[in-house]
Ligand binder design. Structure first.
Ligand code: CTP
Ligand code: MG
Length: 390
């Protein structure tokens, strides 16, 4: 110990063998994500608001390895951490931990390393409550509980009277040390040792993340929790296309011919909706843009219908391992009036793209080149999904 004088100690018991987990090594050393169960538990103790004395209790044959792990996690606060050998029962391991309490400690938390994901906030909350009373955190029981003899149901237990208890459990130091000194039998938790010595113990709220890793199923659940949600396979893309009106050519827009409307000038047919969708879909799949993919000067595409670019775009993104989830387009122009043929445009585009396409129109309130009727802008967004295994 140095000049740091913590008033709280956490006895972290990790000396069990982990028989039910069945990993052929003591449970504390089993990996959970990028570190061991023990390191997860230590990290959460180190995350507590105030510095505490940390007493880690491990199997005697694992002392050296445990010291190395704990030193690695504790860094500059390592002077507050002690690693000692446990006993053949949990109670014996806790007793060994209590023997290492520092002189300034007034409140003791006893915590299972197997409850490795217990949040630091829960440790803080129990520490606060334990400054004045013996406390055991727990969650309400949600299953219906039956009392049985052999396989015969005797009665349904009133679950409103039940608490599924967890650790850390917290106690005034003297209460806990005296109770352990006078314990005559093995109890399953520290609150029972303290209650057997005649002290009141109070229930306080538990935390679902304080569940105990006991079986392989528990470990899987913990692994999912530390891994977080799976990385999304969804990608968004955006595309914009602008063409000037040209009264000399027919209007092709959204894959449809629009009679009696001024057309759009361009190397191809000027179908700004189709081109904006191509750009959006290519950008979502990270495949560049329509210009770099198809070459604006390529004579092969001279006068080509928007449909040609769309079909080729769908082929490219599918080949790169993506499927198109949906597309939305907005046309910014005074004309043509899209609302009249919107369903028709959407049906044609959906047939080519193979996914829902929504088309909307707006104006610029007479402002700028769209307002002057000089040209038309189409803005598209696309959502694509990377196919599994690609
Ligand atoms: N524990 C301990 N000393 C023991 C037995 C258990 O320090 N002799 C600790 C465990 O390391 C664990 C906590 O008490 O953090 C709760 O025990 P449990 O979940 O039963 O762990 P194990 O005893 O390791 O597992 P099993 O009962 O499946 O062997
Ligand atoms: Mg056990």
């Amino acid at each position: 110990m140095t000049d740091v004088t913590p008033s709280t100690a956490v006895v972290l018991v990790a000396a069990g063998s982990g028989t039910r987990l069945g990993e052929r090594m003591p449970k504390a050393f089993v990996r959970l994500g990028d570190r061991t169960i023990l390191e997860h538990a230590v990290d959460r103790v180190l995350g507590m608001t105030d510095p505490v004395q940390l007493i880690v209790v491990v199997p005697a044959q694992e002392l050296a390895r445990a010291r190395e792990l704990v030193e690695r996690r504790t860094g500059r606060v390592r002077e507050l951490a002690t690693v000692i050998a446990g006993g053949s029962s949990r109670q014996a391991s806790v007793a060994a931990g209590l023997a290492a309490l520092g002189p300034t400690v007034r409140t003791v938390l006893v915590h299972d390393a197997a409850r490795a994901l217990t949040p630091s906030e829960q440790l803080d909350a129990v520490a606060r409550a334990a400054a004045t009373a013996s406390v055991v955190p727990g969650l309400p029981v949600t299953d219906t509980i039956k009392r049985i003899a052999e396989d015969v149901v005797l009665e349904t237990v009133d679950r409103s009277e039940l608490l599924a208890v967890q650790t850390p459990q917290g106690f005034p130091r003297d209460v806990l040390v005296d109770a352990y000194a006078s314990a005559q039998e093995e109890y399953t938790d520290d609150a029972a040792v303290v209650a057997a010595a005649g002290h009141d113990v109070h229930g306080v709220p538990g935390d679902p993340l304080a569940f105990k890793i006991t079986t392989p199923w528990d470990l899987q659940r913990a692994e999912r929790l530390v891994a977080g949600p799976p990385a999304s396979s969804l990608r968004t893309g955006i595309g914009v296309d602008v063409h000037a009106f040209s009264p000399d050519v027919p209007l092709w827009l959204g894959g449809l011919h629009w009679p009696d409307e001024p057309g759009l000038a361009g190397h191809s047919d000027g179908d700004a909706i189709a081109h904006a969708i191509c750009d959006a879909v290519l950008s979502a799949a990270g495949l560049g843009d329509i210009g770099s993919r198809f070459g604006t000067a390529d004579p092969g595409y001279a006068g080509a219908r928007g449909e040609v670019f769309l079909r080729e775009t769908v082929r490219l993104v599918t080949g790169a391992g993506y499927s198109i989830v949906s597309v939305a387009v907005q046309v910014v122009s005074q004309r043509p009036k899209l609302s009249k043929r919107r369903a028709e445009v959407e049906a044609v585009l959906e047939g080519i793209v193979g996914a829902p396409v929504s088309v909307a129109g707006t104006t610029t309130d007479g402002l700028g080149f769209p307002g002057r009727g000089e040209g038309l802008t189409a803005i598209a967004s696309a959502l694509v999904e990377r196919l599994p295994g690609r």
